[in-house]
Design a protein around this ligand. Sequence first.
Ligand code: F2R
Ligand code: MG
Ligand code: MG
Length: 344
Amino acid sequence: SGVSLISKFRGCLAGALFGDCFGAPFEFEDENGPSPVVLNKFFAKLEGPPFKTPKYAYTDDTAMTKCIAQSFVDRASLDERDIAKRFVTDFYTDTTERGYGGHVTEVFRKLRDQQCADPMKPASEQFNGTGSYGNGGAMRVSPVPLFCFGDYNRMIHVAKRVTQITHTHPLGINGAILQCLAIHQGLTLDPRGEPLDVQKFADELITKMEAIEEPDQIDGRRPYNTQLQLIKKLLAKEGGASAHQVQESLGTSVDALFSVPTAIYSFLRAQKPIPDIETDNKFRRTIHYAISLGGDTDTIASMAGAIAGAYFGEEEINDSYKMYCEYVEEILELANGLHKIAKE
Ligand code: F2R
Ligand code: MG
Ligand code: MG
């Protein structure tokens, strides 16, 4: 039989945490991404004999993920005000610098001033009322497909509402929904049978997003549909697409449109060996590849790690990673809590 659902839940949240912690040291460090030598050494060390080191810190990606997961576990329902309060409390009380987005802190300030009475209002005022299209909604959406497992329509609704606490631009919202759908597909597929059909995985996302993404009023195009079609083309390239092609087309920025599809592509590309990545482990290959692309490495690796963890389950993740990141036990406990309330 396949991987258990509890293993997939734990793999998903642990995958998001490890992608964040291991990607963070490289975020916007080098225009082309870290060198293959540096990254292979980085992961080989983590997987080699135990060594003493300060734990890798998580960033805003995990800070916000844990607020959402804890709210679901404590309240067993969607409570936007409670989630907003947790975001604000965490932001103002955490003494570690978590590297939040450039403008989202303005939302926290306004939420604090109005005591989260109207939790969606400050986000709607961002960028002259257009809302943020950053990837801050997508990077923290992983608890949603776990909490809403078994209820597809509710999952879409919850992903949208949780995102709108900080991001109201359609590209920000739809990026979070797409990431949620990719995790959900990972949760429902069995990694132990036939190799993953990566074109089919992308096709299913295209079909689902067609029901969600409105065409642009001027040119009639659907931006995420365009990116998903591009993923299919890049995957079909003989010998694999180059890093440069991926960086230039899918992107590696903090925009949801130019990072969520890149995370999905990283997961799909990592189903087969990748030149310069010295491992047979597909979870490691996923986050290693995501980081190798450079740019928003913590977030792209975190989103890719959440999808890979949801698909493969906890058992594909090297156990030694647990020694080197903060908040591992806690995130696994949150995954257990979400599993208890999930409807199978
Ligand atoms: N902030 C970081 N890392 C430092 C990034 C520096 C980099 N050189 C750069 O900004 O390009 N990491 C964390 O932030 C990302 C998540 O951000 P989030 O939560 O979406 O924040 P925010 O402030 O809402 O949006 C981020 C930036 O996107 C641009 N932007 C968004 N909507 C816009 C709009 N409607 N019009 C114009 N610009 C918009 C702004 O530059 C925002 O500052 C993750 O990477 C996380 O790890
Ligand atoms: Mg971050
Ligand atoms: Mg980031």
